[in-house]
Design a protein. Structure first.
Length: 159
């Protein structure tokens, strides 16, 4: 499977989370392509509409907002007429700003892309065995969900 991971990271927390997810996907035998959301000067390593699965990683800005670099990335693909086939979203947040805002960007992106995948939310920097296990479990669940959805689509179209 061809996976595109696009990350918006302010302090490095979300980038670290994305690296762990990328390593897990590679270990499962998938081709992983990485793009920083704020690097719009470079052509994407894999066009969004050619990726089997797009994993978006994002921190959350003030009052639960999506940061400007991820908004610009989403606007860019929309302007090019690219629509990802399937999208899963992960992110980092801080509950100290209020539970109602925690990982708000993750939920906004899920709604925007009508994603049926569960979110992965990590408080601040991913660290320790508990986070590593949660990240691995989420990544495996996303990959399993992709295959179950793809198999169902394949059966539906060939029935």
């Amino acid at each position: 499977m061809r996976i595109l991971i696009v990350v918006a990271s302010l302090s490095g927390n979300t980038r670290e989370l994305g690296r762990h997810i990328a390593a897990r996907c590679r270990a499962a035998g998938h081709a992983v392509h990485w793009q920083d959301a704020d690097d719009l000067r470079q052509a994407p390593p894999l066009p969004v509409d050619e990726a089997d699965l797009v994993l978006l990683g994002c921190w959350t800005d003030n009052a639960g907002r999506t940061p400007s670099e991820m908004k610009a990335w989403v606007a860019g693909i929309a302007e090019r007429g690219q629509r990802p086939r399937q999208v899963a979203v992960f992110g980092t947040g801080e509950t100290q700003w209020g539970q109602e805002y925690y990982c708000g960007a993750v939920h906004r992106l899920i709604r925007y892309f009508h994603s049926g995948y569960p979110p992965l939310e990590i408080e601040q920097m991913p660290h320790g065995r508990r986070h590593a296990a949660a990240i691995d479990t989420w990544t495996d669940a996303v990959l399993d969900h992709y295959w179950s959805t793809t198999d169902a689509d394949h059966r539906r179209h060939h029935a």
